[in-house]
Design a protein around this ligand. Structure first.
Ligand code: ZN
Length: 299
């Protein structure tokens, strides 16, 4: 499942190839991929003729600000005298969920078995949404409706890990008296947005904390270390363009590289890169957790 670094890698790619380009139209091959509006014709009519102003990420959600081409032109002229940003006409939202892929292709490329939505750009280019498991979603959000009112999952997200809000004090308060395993807390998107199974395991290894340790038992010094390691492991993975797992691809169709340098994730049965002890995998809240029993002593 794509986590923050994978989604951020896709966002960076989208900003490289689609900025200031006009959405000329599209084709929906699987209606339920369109989460809003329910009428796919209204989805296509909403985005058609809009220009991509900027792609943003919030947690694992992606959204592009869409502006009318004349607004974009006005703003480029206006930006020389003042830095007015044009009001967006609306937003194109996307969530990859388990197996979604946004791929920058040519319209002449043959359709794949799991192609769900095609978005057409000038010069025969196409942003193609492929999704084997079909949990992925796209949204058209007219500006007057408001992003969080339509993409309601955004309302439930905790702070971004790279934001000032995600500070030591915030985490120490959040963990106070909480009798749940730290691994489960890290996976909770309302605590911190975008961290999933891979990077929770990695950050806990680097913090020398066993995944089942109860939040309430963590010392403030451990919480401070954990916060720093969550941030650094996400940064390391973004630098490696995400983790290579079965369905994740960046927009050019390439796998990430973080898997090759992971400390514990997916390495059960292999020696710890620090001490040589065998990495263990256990089930925790229905998910697999990987840790080194030597480097991560039980609390
Ligand atoms: Zn070890």
């Amino acid at each position: 499942v794509p986590e923050l670094p994978e989604v951020e890698t896709v966002r960076l790619g989208l900003n490289q190839v689609t900025l200031h380009q006009t959405l000329e139209g599209g084709q929906v091959l699987l209606d339920r991929t369109i989460a809003h509006p329910l009428d796919v014709g209204a989805f296509l009519a909403g985005i058609q003729g809009c220009q991509i102003a900027q792609w943003h990420r919030r947690g694992k959600y992606l959204y592009a600000e869409l502006v009318a081409p004349q607004d974009a032109g006005t703003s480029r002229r206006a930006s020389r005298s003042n830095s007015r940003i044009p009001a967006p006409r609306g937003y194109l939202g996307a969530h990859l969920r388990m197996t979604g892929q946004l791929l920058w292709m040519h319209q002449s490329d043959p359709l794949q078995k799991h192609t769900r939505v095609r978005l057409f750009f000038p010069a025969g280019r196409e942003l193609r949404f492929n999704d084997q498991r079909t949990f992925g979603q796209l949204w058209w959000v007219p500006a007057e409706l408001g992003l969080e009112q339509v993409m309601t999952g955004l309302q439930k997200l905790g702070p971004e890990p790279f934001s000032a809000e995600f500070c030591d004090r915030y985490l120490i308060d959040a963990f106070k008296g909480r009798q749940r395993p730290i691994k489960n807390a890290l996976l909770d998107q309302s605590l911190v947005a975008g961290v999933g199974n891979i990077y929770a395991d990695e950050a806990l290894f680097l913090s020398q904390i066993r995944p089942e340790t109860l939040c309430a038992k963590l010392k403030p010094s451990q919480i401070k270390t954990l916060r720093q390691q969550v941030i650094s492991v996400l940064q390391a993975s973004i630098a490696a363009r995400g983790t290579s797992f079965s369905d994740y691809r960046d927009i050019s169709g390439t796998n990430g590289n973080y898997g090759a340098i992971a400390w514990v994730y997916g390495r059960d049965g292999q020696p710890c890169r620090v001490c040589g002890t065998e990495i263990i995998r256990v089930k925790l809240a229905g998910r697999s957790a990987h840790f080194c029993p030597q480097c991560q002593p039980s609390a």
